[in-house]
Design a protein around this ligand. Structure first.
Ligand SMILES: Nc1ncnc2c1ncn2[C@@H]1O[C@H](COP(=O)(O)OP(=O)(O)O)[C@@H](O)[C@H]1O
Ligand SMILES: [Mg+2]
Length: 326
């Protein structure tokens, strides 16, 4: 094949590993035919080196991101890993099986079995839905894209569905975790749409895209609503995963972890019963506040008084929030 044609094929294969390799093999064969053995050998060596680097880093190549999506999608670099999240045993098992399935995808595909790739995370705020999605992506070595659904919906009002299509096309081709946060916005919009034809059209086309897409990584949506969630929405997902507020055992575990690098002269587990109803995010704030108070106090150890002080503040805050909600 002419060199120009091979170059074009090489460029077109960008981001698709298998295709890229086939084209490079063709280039090598081509050079060999032309008796350029030194060049052919050196190309082969380079190709082998790519092979040994790319898979072990677990990172996938990035396709160019659709310009139209910049306002509501951004890439997030996960900073935390599996040991930074507390999950129920049930959810841990589920995620382990999803990771296994992703890594063995080819075996399942050979048997014609469908892969689970669309996940819905439900549960109260501050229970780790966003955190878990990020860590999941990091564990899989996939880039993580965060989608703000409310801005996506409003940015599409008055436009065609072609921008949505580009976003989904991206998720189909680029192995990634595409995370739709505040998915409730979709459910709310469906209710509010009523006679608002434009909104209904946008919401419906989003739902159709979700139904039809077969992501090469994962599509994850998160919502704080559970029982209110329209069955028309959740039946489009392969798994619905529940995130709960921590029970006493999990609260104790969280506190132990939060203070594991500090000198501490009381037993935080004694407060677990008092902290029932707190989310992990609430517990995190409480512990961070405790540490700050102890630092300001100039103490080398965290004391019960520091903790109680932070707890009083947290309780006041929760009371105010409850008033706002009611
Ligand atoms: N299950 C958890 N284990 C450990 N920390 C958590 C957990 N859930 C929440 N957190 C802490 O609270 C913060 C906010 O949680 P987030 O993931 O945004 O909750 P959600 O998306 O469910 O509202 C996290 O960044 C993390 O620091
Ligand atoms: Mg969240």
């Amino acid at each position: 094949m002419a060199r120009g044609e091979l170059m074009k094929k090489l460029l077109a294969s960008y981001g698709r590993d298998d295709e890229f390799r086939v084209v490079v093999e063709q280039i090598i064969a081509d050079e060999e035919k032309k008796n350029n053995h030194v060049l052919a050998r050196s190309l082969r060596k380079t190709l082998e080196n790519i092979g040994s680097v790319a898979p072990s880093t677990g990172l996938s190549r990035l396709l160019p991101f659709p310009d139209e999506a910049k306002d509501f999608i951004h890439r997030v670099e996960p900073k935390r890993s599996a040991q930074d999240i507390l999950l129920s045993r049930e959810n841990t098992e589920l995620f382990v099986s999803l990771i296994q399935e992703f890594r063995q995808a080819d075996r399942f595909r050979r048997h014609g079995l469908p892969l689970r790739s669309k996940l819905l995370f439900c549960g109260p705020p501050g229970t780790g839905k966003t955190l878990c999605a990020e860590i999941f992506a990091a564990e899989l070595g996939l880039p993580f894209f965060h989608v703000r659904l409310d801005s996506l919906i409003s940015s599409y009002l008055g436009e065609t569905a072609s921008n949505i299509r580009k976003t989904f096309e991206f998720a189909r081709r680029q192995p990634c975790v595409l995370f739709f946060d505040e998915f409730d916005a979709l459910a709310r919009s469906r209710e509010e749409a009523g006679e608002h034809n434009e909104l209904r059209r946008v919401v419906n086309s989003l739902l159709i895209f979700i139904e039809q897409i077969e992501p090469s990584g994962f599509l994850i949506a998160a919502t704080n609503l559970d029982q209110h969630l329209d069955p028309a929405i959740w039946r489009r997902f392969d798994e619905v995963i529940w995130f709960e507020l921590p029970d006493m055992g999990m609260i104790e575990k969280y506190l132990a972890q939060a203070f594991k690098n500090s000198r501490i002269n009381f037993d935080p587990a004694a407060f677990a019963a008092e902290l029932r109803g707190y989310s992990y995010a609430d517990l995190e704030k409480l512990c961070v506040q405790t540490l700050k108070i102890s630092i300001l106090d100039g103490n080398r150890a965290v004391t019960e008084a520091h903790f109680r002080n932070a707890l009083r503040h947290a309780q006041r805050r929760r009371r105010r929030e409850a008033q706002l909600d009611s």
